[in-house]
Write a protein that binds this ligand. Structure first.
Ligand code: HEC
Length: 188
């Protein structure tokens, strides 16, 4: 075979391998997020039914953390939630996440559905090992409004304010981007 075509073939092959593994990582990310969000929503719905939003506050808090730890452990990478307007400062977006969230906002203004918004990248830091990062937008649904909506009941507002004096996560309307799931994964 001609030397050049050999090189070209090798290049195509390498790209194909990279493309598949990134695709695979995106697919796996989606699945872990699906698990996380379904478990969270079930727990939230149960708690709301039993004790109303005041009692359910701990679900979006402790249970979210538990599920996130469990899912992170199960898949071997970090999965968390973030937003441009956070309730818990521990969930504050880093510089990359902030940019992606801002881009999600622009994309919805251009007509993309919040449910479809995702973004991924492989960061190839020269000295360390490459890292795969993935984000998927979280839409605001009806069930979220009693704690993240425009008007909270006095008891919910009080309890939230007690625990999160710097809360920014209210004023959302159905269909708004509430935030995003964010995955960070070292590539072996
Ligand atoms: C019963 C109250 C309650 C309901 C209902 C609720 N949340 Fe939350 N949410 C909270 C609390 C409390 C936190 C802070 C959790 C923590 O300490 O990490 C939070 C945090 C979050 C975060 C992490 C970013 C941040 O602001 O700290 C996201 C994303 C989020 N909620 C999305 C939702 C979505 C989407 C829904 C609806 C499906 C929802 N929440 C319903 C109370 C609630």
């Amino acid at each position: 075979m001609h030397k050049l075509s050999k090189i070209l073939l090798l290049m195509v092959f390498t790209t194909a391998v990279n493309a598949t593994s990134e695709e695979q990582m995106i697919e796996e990310s989606k699945q872990s997020i699906k698990q996380f969000s379904q478990q969270l929503k079930n727990k939230l719905q149960q708690a709301m039914k039993v004790g109303g939003p005041v009692e359910a506050i701990h679900v979006c808090q402790a249970v979210a953390e538990q599920i996130s730890n469990k899912v992170s452990e199960q898949f071997g990478w970090k999965i968390a939630r973030t937003s441009l307007k956070v309730r818990n400062i521990k969930n504050t977006a880093d510089a990359w996440e902030k940019k992606v969230l801002q881009d999600f906002q622009r994309r919805t203004k251009k007509g993309e559905a919040v449910e479809q918004l995702e973004f991924s990248v492989i960061i190839d830091a020269s000295n360390s090992q490459p890292v795969f990062r993935y984000m998927k937008a979280i839409p605001t649904q009806g069930i979220c409004l009693s704690c993240h909506g425009e008007q909270l009941s006095t008891d919910v507002a009080e309890k939230i304010h007690q625990q999160y004096p710097d809360d920014q996560a209210t004023g959302f309307k159905p269909g708004d981007i509430r935030g995003a799931f964010t995955i960070t994964r070292n590539i072996k």
